[in-house]
Design a protein around this ligand. Structure first.
Ligand code: ZN
Length: 683
């Protein structure tokens, strides 16, 4: 599971994200020489991230990071194809135009095309990475035809016997007809979510057929079920529903073979023998697609803590599948931030205390919280579903039984967080949306610590808490599972942030950081996160549904006591928290209910909670917030370019060092990746 808190909160906190420790000065000095934002287009801001203290890593660590980074980049095409089956053909067409178009490159039309191209590159396809809606090109279909006619035919992704005009004919409705493939993922109530979604996980099957197929496979009595359907496409062949595995020699084979190539090199220089074994299992899994091997790998990976260099690589998160089974391909390569990891160490040491004191029904608490390994890391490379839009925190593996038996690893991505923090300062966001100066001051002083703690607790103890009732189907909550799971983790963090235990164990010196978090969370869930939704649309993304559900539920339940007040001032809406302690109790009540829903697999209650509190937006409020936000001229989403790594070798060809260059050219990196890491056929 991932946490995207930053997009929702820190990036919006405006002026204020100074660290409360002595690092502030050092950081300020570094920032002055480092420009974080490298590009801005559509609703996107592209940043770069630093690799702090990379030079101080050993040659062996750097070599390991380099191989894993190549593996991280080799799966790029897979994610494009998973998002939509025509994405690769479209991307190759765009690349051919950018490289070879012989017409006017200064015209407004061409500029609009480049903006469109950047949006597609950023989203890894023609649907928005967050809203899932298909982009509307800012140029005409006639202009698109002229771009293709003006480009080198030999570079176009033509099918056998296809002419450039025929390619135009095929692609035009896909790009320009708003009703065709309108949404990458459609989870609207009452639709066939599979046929309505444009993603490439199912073809020629209905939701009912796919659900029946997997219901027949799953054994509800199995205490250690594999993650059915995780790494396959479901199709119909001779009228029968069947799966095509993603593996070497299978679908996505050419890209997977490249990933294996680099993983084998990495395996030979891994940080420990168990990490070698772990990589052997991963390679084996990529060769066989065997989900049991994937579980064996994850058990080892979860137990392999305390490594200086670590990674994720595989078909991992299932947010992109409306049924929550198929995983998108992703990779992150990272190295430990030793100093900051001490903070997560304190949280982890106290994990059992938090679990034992949670407001959850005792029968749904874990008697023994296993191995919640948490650390603060710096990212060295992002790939697949983590690039360019990066999460803030990651907690894996996702399999419930592995989490219960072998524990999970939880990381906070420090250098990514820092980059966003720094850029968010001075944006004016907080001044526009915070209720009063006291709230702004609290955010300025405590926002950074408060967000770091919230992320740590969400990842280290939130997701790891609780357990299912015996016999509960882990897939019972279906399309509501993701937002409910995020709610569970957020509520756990919110509830305990205000606990005296936090000061007792030295994580805070007063409850001011907790108050800052409450201000921020309610403000975001109630008001500010909807700046990312187009007028008239509902909330769809899991983390946003989570925040909206929490904010609206506690508002309603606390109405009689005026716990949270909606205040109108000069035609502007604000929220103000009148009673932080009562709000904390409401967070606890809600956590108890959400855990019960998960533990019992109560689909109806989960659905009601999300549909009633998390989906719809008050239209007048939405208009007002959008207008206020537009006045600030900010980008609601951000993502990252990767650094460029160049290995230094000795006369025997052995890697002795890896040089880092920071890329400041988003489009350039995209074109470069297109040249170097394009392994799958266009069609
Ligand atoms: Zn999460």
């Amino acid at each position: 599971m991932k946490k995207y808190l930053l997009i929702g909160t820190i990036a919006f906190m405006g002026t204020a994200m100074f660290t409360s420790c002595g690092q502030a000065d050092r950081k300020a000095a570094e920032e002055s020489e480092f420009t974080y934002e490298v590009d801005r287009f559509g609703d996107i801001s592209v940043l770069k991230y630093r690799l702090p203290a990379f030079e101080q890593l050993t040659a062996g660590e750097k070599e390991f990071i380099y191989y894993l980074s190549e593996a991280a980049l080799c799966g790029r095409d897979i994610f494009w194809d998973q998002n939509f089956k025509y994405n690769l053909a479209i991307r190759k067409t765009i690349e051919a135009i950018i490289d070879t178009y012989n017409g006017d490159r200064e015209s407004d039309d061409y500029k609009a095309f480049i903006t469109y191209a950047k949006r597609v590159f950023f989203a890894n396809g023609i649907h928005h990475h967050y809203s899932n809606d298909k982009f509307v090109p800012g140029f005409s279909s006639d202009y698109f035809a002229s771009l293709i006619r003006g480009s080198d035919v030999s570079r176009l992704p033509l099918k056998e016997g296809q002419s450039a005009d025929q390619l135009t004919e095929v692609l035009t409705p896909i790009l320009f007809d708003p009703s065709l493939y309108a949404k990458k993922v459609d989870q609207s109530e009452g639709t066939d979510m599979i046929t309505a979604s444009a993603n490439n996980f199912y073809e020629g099957v209905t939701q009912v057929e796919a659900e029946a197929y997997y219901a027949a496979l799953a054994d509800p009595e199995d205490p250690r079920p594999v993650s059915w359907g995780l790494n396959t496409k479901v199709v119909k062949s001779d009228g029968k529903v069947t799966e095509i595995p993603w593996k070497s020699g299978g679908m996505y084979g050419p890209a997977i073979d490249k990933i294996i190539f680099w993983l084998e090199k990495a395996r030979n220089v891994a940080m420990s023998d168990t990490q070698k074994k772990e990589l052997d299992l991963l390679i084996d899994y990529y060769r066989t697609a065997d989900l049991k091997t994937w579980d064996d790998y994850n058990v080892l990976w979860a137990g392999n803590t305390d490594l200086s260099v670590d990674y994720i690589n595989g078909f991992i998160e299932t947010y992109g599948d409306p049924l929550g089974m198929k995983a998108t391909w992703e990779s992150v390569v990272d190295y430990k931030d030793t100093e900051a990891s001490k903070r997560t160490g304190v949280i982890t040491e106290n994990a059992q205390w938090f679990e034992d004191h949670s407001p959850v029904d005792p029968q749904y608490r874990k008697e023994k919280v296993t191995g919640v390994a948490a650390s603060v890391i710096n990212v060295a490379m992002l790939g697949g579903d983590c690039y360019p839009a990066s999460p803030l925190g990651i907690n894996l593996p996702n399999s419930n039984w592995i989490r219960a038996e072998a524990g999970s690893k939880s990381v906070t991505l420090a250098n990514i967080t820092d980059a966003k923090d720094i850029v968010a300062r001075g944006s004016g966001f907080l001044e526009e949306f915070a209720f009063d100066q006291a709230e702004i001051d609290r955010a300025v002083k405590w926002g950074s610590l408060s967000d770091a703690l919230h992320t740590d607790m969400h990842e280290c103890i939130g997701h790891a808490s609780g357990k299912l009732a015996p016999g509960t189907d882990p897939n019972a909550l279906k399309n509501y599972a993701s937002p409910l799971e995020e709610m569970r983790a957020d509520l756990f963090a919110l509830y305990f942030m205000m606990d005296p235990k936090m000061t007792e164990i030295g994580l805070m010196t007063s409850d001011e950081p907790a108050k800052a978090q409450y201000d921020n969370y309610i403000r975001n869930g109630f008001l500010t996160q909807i700046v990312r939704i187009l007028p008239g649309k509902d909330i769809e993304q899991a983390h946003m549904r989570c925040r909206s559900s929490i904010a609206h539920w506690v508002y309603e339940k606390g109405k009689n006591d005026n716990v949270i007040e909606v205040v109108k001032r000069d035609g502007k809406t604000y929220v103000r928290i009148n009673d932080y302690q009562k709000l904390r109790i409401l967070f606890g009540d809600m956590l108890k209910e959400v855990q019960r829903i998960k533990s019992e697999g109560d689909f109806a209650a989960g659905k009601n909670m999300i549909e009633n509190y998390g989906v719809r937006i008050d239209q007048d409020l939405h208009k007002e917030i959008l207008a206020r936000y537009a006045g600030l001229n900010l980008a609601p989403y951000s993502g990252f370019v990767n650094p460029v790594m160049t290995p230094v070798t000795d006369s025997d060809g052995r890697i002795t060092d890896v040089k880092i260059e920071y890329c400041s050219d988003f489009l350039g990196q995209m074109m470069d990746y297109g040249r170097k890491y394009s392994f799958l056929p266009a069609w």
